[in-house]
Design a binder for this molecule. Structure first.
Ligand code: FPP
Length: 223
């Protein structure tokens, strides 16, 4: 089993469009996939799950969509907090959370606090996250601490620092791109791309991704 799985959740808009629904309906259905994947990760013994929920580029979407996504995030956290707690999930965020609307920051803090004594799956939400920006921030933070800039110090100053690098990265809806997600951490990560849109990514698709991972021979650059 991979210890750490990262997911680029893509295709919510296309899922909605195919059905003649507004885009936000796709995000809502996508939130159900998040729920299922977090629950399964716990059942299957995956230690960490990192989800790309909002990139630094996503601010350029319409104001209504950005607002809708933020509201959905806050509502989902509130609705799921109890269940997450029951399942021992821990919550972290990466990205510049200070730029998120106050109502989202408040909900994140409340949920994080509620889950703070848990020891189960570490769920990390990447919010207002950009991989290049994270590396720049890590280098600056190392310099500020008077440390030399090395691979070890950069890794230690990244926001993902307590977590192992992802073993598996899943991208839905068929695009073969990293889209500025976990650029440093993904150096040796196995990548699984599926044509399934995120709202249709449930148990069966998660299992296929894990089976695909198990077939890979991981060499970490060695012969
Ligand atoms: C990509 O689909 C998806 C997003 C930008 C947002 C992901 C957000 C959620 C799944 C909502 C809830 C999140 C949590 C953590 C509860 P897209 O809009 O880029 O789809 P498209 O490429 O088909 O247009």
């Amino acid at each position: 089993m991979p210890r750490h799985v990262a997911i680029i959740m893509d295709g919510n808009g296309r899922w909605a469009k195919e059905r003649g629904y507004p885009r936000l309906m796709g995000h809502r259905a996508g939130a159900e996939s998040v729920r299922e994947v977090v629950r399964l990760a716990g059942e299957w013994g995956i230690e960490a799950l990192t989800l790309y929920a909002f990139s630094t580029e996503n601010w350029s979407r319409s104001a209504a969509e950005v607002r809708g996504l933020m509201t959905l995030l806050a509502h989902t956290l509130r609705r799921e907090a109890k269940e997450l707690n029951k399942n021992g999930v821990q919550l972290r965020t990466i990205g510049r959370a200070e730029a998120l609307p106050a109502f989202v920051r408040k909900e994140l803090k409340q949920t994080r606090d509620l889950l703070s004594n848990n020891r189960g799956v570490v769920l990390t939400l990447a919010l207002n996250y950009g991989g290049r920006q994270e590396i720049v921030d890590a280098v600056q933070s190392a310099l500020h601490a008077g440390e030399p800039v090395t691979e070890e110090t950069i890794s230690r100053h990244l926001q993902t620092a307590p977590l192992p690098d992802p073993d598996l990265m899943i991208r839905t809806s068929g695009e073969f791109r990293l889209s500025n997600f976990l650029l440093w951490q993904a150096a040796y990560t196995e990548i699984h791309v599926t044509s399934t849109n995120w709202p249709d990514f449930r148990r069966e698709q998660f299992l296929s991704a894990l089976l695909d991972y198990q077939r890979r021979e991981r060499r970490f650059g060695r012969a």
